[in-house]
Design a protein around this ligand. Structure first.
Ligand code: NAD
Length: 355
């Protein structure tokens, strides 16, 4: 880079253990934190894994709470809090994707107890001080370092079972963090390095994973990329793409990672004229001339959804989504204008290539 601008870089504290078989380090890490009564968290689908993890912790386990759910419902958090009190838990191990990490964060927010996270998707929540919680169907997000996990153990082996379709959309969700970090208002050269590297690692590994889900070298590349993209999300502010996904997901109850996958090429194309440096870096990472089209093509190669229609959004919702997307102003590199946003959503709805 020739022109280094004035910038602020604020790193978030984290201890990360990365590799294959690293789950074997869990008991040692719990001991380092002085934990003696750990509550292991998971979704109902991953309860078996949570019980294996609990067995590894041996006498340091207080119990397993396997009711984590998408979008961190407050009622689930309250049920878990009662278990924390009953069992006198002194820390949490969250094993799973963003839903389980979200529950661990919600508990840390209320108890200040330490968390160890074992991520099994590419969502990246374990690297962010952000928590979104749902009460009566309404999701509210806050940012506080109280929810930042003390230790993150990335074990590639735990990701081998992630189905190809989830791997694809979860990976595209991670790339979205990097894309918006590159043109963030508070972007900086350090985060740009991570964003470019994270995007490249995911773009080259995801097609291999979809073809051969047990390909450990591709899984390693993807998890490494997802980690970097998670740091991007946790460190700088997001813009149009994340706001749109939040609006669409909340209004039409669309699935999280799939919505990111569909919207990303369109949001990037919308911002492209205002962010030449981002487009140059993404072209390099994706090895393509047109980065927005390359992301659309990547989703196609991954057999991932490319239209909001197939995610269940009603066509009549396009106008309402456009209204909501421009309702509360926020920073974006390109002015957010209703007609252009409506056109963006209409293309994403139909599954057309980015305009
Ligand atoms: P998820 O955690 O909901 O997981 C989806 C499903 O896949 C679950 O049933 C889970 O048990 C299963 N699963 C996860 N890993 C698996 C594996 N390796 N093998 C087999 N099954 C597996 O999905 P997600 O996309 O990781 O997380 C989405 C949630 O995370 C959303 O609520 C989103 O808002 C939140 N999120 C928050 C942040 C943040 O910074 N706060 C960042 C990203 C995502």
């Amino acid at each position: 880079m020739t022109d280094i601008p004035t910038f602020v870089y604020e790193a978030l504290p984290s201890r990360v253990i990365f590799g294959s078989g690293t789950v074997a380090r869990l008991a040692e890490e719990a001991e380092r934190l002085g934990l003696a009564r750990v509550l292991v968290l998971s979704t109902p689908q991953q309860e078996g894994l949570a019980r294996e993890i609990a067995a590894r912790l041996g006498a340091r386990t207080a119990g397993v709470f396997a009711l984590a759910a998408m979008h961190t419902p407050i009622e689930t958090t309250e049920r878990a809090l009662a278990v924390v009190t009953d069992l006198k838990a002194d820390g949490f191990v969250a094993v799973g994707g963003g839903s389980t990490t979200g529950l661990g964060k919600a508990l840390a927010l209320r108890t200040d107890l330490p968390q160890i996270v074992l991520p099994t998707t590419y969502a990246g929540s374990e690297m962010t001080p952000i928590i979104g919680e749902t009460r009566d169907g309404v999701k509210a997000t806050q940012t506080t370092r109280k929810v930042l996990p003390e230790v993150v153990i990335y074990d590639v082996d735990l990701t081998l079972s992630l189905p190809p379709s989830l791997s694809a959309t979860s990976g595209m969700n991670a790339i979205a963090h990097a894309v918006e970090a590159l043109y963030a208002k508070d972007r900086n050269p350090i985060i740009a390095l991570m964003a470019e590297e994270g995007t490249a690692a995911l773009a080259r590994s995801l097609p291999r994973i979809v073809e051969t889900p047990s390909d450990k070298s591709a899984r390693t590349d993807a998890l490494y990329g997802a980690w970097l993209c998670g740091i991007c999300l946790g460190t700088v502010g997001m813009a149009l793409h994340h706001k749109l996904c939040h609006t669409l997901g909340g209004t039409f109850d669309l699935p999280h990672a799939e919505t990111h996958t569909v919207v990303l090429p369109h949001a990037l194309a919308y911002n492209a004229p205002a962010v030449p440096d981002t487009m140059m870096r993404l072209s390099r990472a994706l090895q393509a001339k047109d980065a927005a089209l390359a992301l659309y093509d990547l989703a196609g190669r991954l057999h991932a959804p490319r239209s909001l229609r197939e995610l269940g959004m009603p066509e009549s919702g396009i106008g309402r989504a456009a209204d909501l997307a421009v309702k509360n102003p926020y920073w974006n590199p390109q002015p957010v204008e209703r007609a252009a946003i409506r056109a963006l959503i209409a293309r994403a709805f139909a599954g057309d290539p980015p305009g």
